[in-house]
Design a protein around this ligand. Structure first.
Ligand SMILES: *[C@@H]1O[C@H](CO)[C@@H](O)[C@H](O)[C@H]1NC(C)=O
Ligand SMILES: *[C@@H]1O[C@H](CO)[C@@H](O)[C@H](O)[C@H]1NC(C)=O
Ligand SMILES: *[C@@H]1O[C@H](CO)[C@@H](O)[C@H](O)[C@H]1NC(C)=O
Ligand SMILES: *[C@@H]1O[C@H](CO)[C@@H](O)[C@H](O)[C@H]1NC(C)=O
Ligand SMILES: *[C@@H]1O[C@H](CO)[C@@H](O)[C@H](O)[C@H]1NC(C)=O
Ligand SMILES: *[C@@H]1O[C@H](CO)[C@@H](O)[C@H](O)[C@H]1NC(C)=O
Ligand SMILES: *[C@@H]1O[C@H](CO)[C@@H](O)[C@H](O)[C@H]1NC(C)=O
Length: 452
């Protein structure tokens, strides 16, 4: 049976490879947008919000809440850069993003308290910041800017000096595993949002200080290092139990991306050369670690061994978005970065030749065809690397962006507190208890069954 299955799989792959992927003429914006249109179309196959009984703003399992935040940032870019007349697309994106804002409009919806960490809130923050900088239609009650400010303030209030001399923990809620871990992506999101808010509002008072605080701490604790050969590294994180001394030395593309683009925004806003130097160090390290010798982007820590999980398979989407923003904001780096994005976008589009629609994207872009891996992560990674070729100047208040701003948004909400017992209602906690009970019951039930 398994043998037959293998043969069928091989045939399907063979057929898929015969049908050609999407071609891109990198010098023609219409060609780029046409490729992007096909890829973004595929992302909606995983969307729950238009299905009967589905939740607006959510994508199908195994995609988590944070993957939706990732996806909407890319879909919004696609709408703005390629398809601004498409009103149906606009309202779908608007509804999805606004629906998940949560009771306090800070992207901590109480029913995500079983999964949401600082990095998840931060990635949603990046999508909402995209809406700010692209002048996306504002909701009536709170502007996108006010909501990013609320995200920033609630994250920053969780800064925890009790362990490791500072830093954000990975998780917001004490009951989630990973609460005792401090990681680079959570801190990177805070850094990144601070940098973009400073540049957008033109008010660096708090934002630049926070960005400097995060960078300094990341450096002190050894999450940012420079190897003897000059190679700059951003490591994954460390446990608080031993004061962050045992650093997990894994490298992920999106972590490099959020720090890289954050540095670029800070350079643009402050004009301080130190941020330009830091941007360049991360750009160089990224181009050497996250690309093949043919300049094709890959998630190097897991992909060559086929070990990437659903989350990791999506990291290149944010990485691509950040590379695109960086080359735009510091034009001197354009020449260096662009060949990598061009080669990767073409290769990614070639991988989009699988599935029943014949244009489902794959994970390994260096195989010149579909590799049989598919899902929301593959669609959004391909989408964003293609979009990075047509990225447009992010607005600021000074260049015509909306000034509906609230620097203290979110500060009156309990959602900032680390040990978040107060705002979480009895119902949610009861829910967590029931879930634990069910898991236990299954485990115990299973072992009892085995005894008999
Ligand atoms: C995707 O493409 C199909 C076929 O062209 C079209 O019918 C459908 O409306 C598109 N869906 C979206 C969400 O763009
Ligand atoms: C969770 O909360 C949001 C509002 O914050 C709500 O719209 C949604 O239906 C709820 N349920 C799920 C499964 O997300
Ligand atoms: C914990 O680590 C921080 C940062 O590396 C350091 O400044 C601090 O002295 C350490 N504290 C203890 C108790 O070891
Ligand atoms: C910041 O960006 C703007 C527009 O993107 C550009 O005009 C300006 O020269 C940049 N500033 C610096 C210091 O690079
Ligand atoms: C934006 O609003 C702030 C206060 O709300 C004001 O001080 C600032 O001048 C405004 N900026 C612009 C460009 O309108
Ligand atoms: C932003 O959107 C508003 C409202 O839709 C519009 O009036 C304004 O001209 C736009 N600004 C820019 C710079 O596009
Ligand atoms: C600048 O930001 C600070 C702190 O976030 C705030 O208190 C102040 O009102 C802001 N200034 C303006 C002109 O908006």
């Amino acid at each position: 049976m398994e043998f037959v299955f293998k043969i069928i799989t091989a045939l399907v792959l063979l057929l898929a490879n015969c049908t050609s992927g999407i071609d891109i003429d990198i010098n023609d914006e219409d060609s780029i947008c046409n490729a992007a249109m096909k890829v973004q179309n595929g992302t909606w196959n995983y969307y729950e919000g238009t299905k009967y009984g589905g939740t607006v703003g959510m994508f199908a399992s195994p995609n988590y809440w944070w993957n939706a935040g990732e996806a909407f940032g890319g879909l919004l870019d696609y709408y703005i850069f390629c398809d601004p007349e498409n009103e149906q697309l606009e309202s779908r994106i608007f509804d999805g993003m606004y629906h998940q804002a949560g009771e306090n409009y800070n992207y901590i919806p109480s029913n995500q308290s079983m999964t949401e960490g600082n990095d998840d809130q931060g990635v949603w923050g990046m999508a909402i910041m995209e809406a700010v900088e692209r002048n996306f239609t504002n909701p009536d009650l709170h502007s996108w800017l006010e909501m990013v400010q609320a995200i920033f303030n609630t994250m920053n209030a969780r800064w925890d000096t009790a362990h490791c001399n500072g830093g954000l923990r990975w998780q917001i809620f004490t009951w989630n595993s990973g609460y005792n871990y401090k990681n680079s992506i959570s801190n990177g999101c805070l850094f990144h949002l601070a940098a973009r808010l400073a540049r957008y509002t033109g008010n660096g008072t708090v934002y630049v200080d926070v960005a400097e605080k995060v960078w300094q701490w990341m450096d002190d604790v050894g999450f940012l290092t420079e190897e003897d050969n000059g190679d700059f590294r951003v490591y994954d994180g460390a446990e608080v139990d031993d004061n962050c001394t045992a650093v997990t030395k894994l490298r992920w593309s999106y972590t490099y991306g959020v720090f890289m683009a954050g540095c670029a925004y800070l350079y643009n806003f402050t004009g301080d050369e130190v941020w330009k130097t830091r941007t360049e160090e991360i750009v160089d390290a990224s181009l050497s670690y996250f690309f093949t010798s043919d300049k094709i982007m890959q998630e190097t820590t897991c992909q060559p061994h086929n070990l990437c999980n659903n989350d990791q398979r999506s990291f290149r989407s944010l990485f691509s978005r950040c590379l695109g923003l960086t080359k735009l904001i510091i034009p001197e780096f354009k020449e260096k970065i662009e060949p990598y994005l061009e080669a990767s976008a073409q290769a990614a589009a070639q991988s989009c030749s699988g599935g029943t629609d014949g244009m489902t994207c794959g994970e390994d872009w260096s195989t010149s065809g579909w590799d049989g891996v598919y899902g929301l992560p593959e669609q959004i990674s391909a989408l964003e690397v293609i979009m990075s070729l047509v990225v447009k100047e992010p607005l600021t208040v000074a260049t015509g962006g909306s000034n509906r701003s609230d620097f203290s948004a979110g500060t009156d909400s309990q959602d900032s507190v680390n040990k978040n017992e107060i705002t979480v209602t009895g119902k949610d906690k009861a829910g967590a208890g029931v879930l634990t009970a069910i898991v236990l019951a299954i485990l115990l039930g299973g072992s009892i069954w085995m005894i008999f």
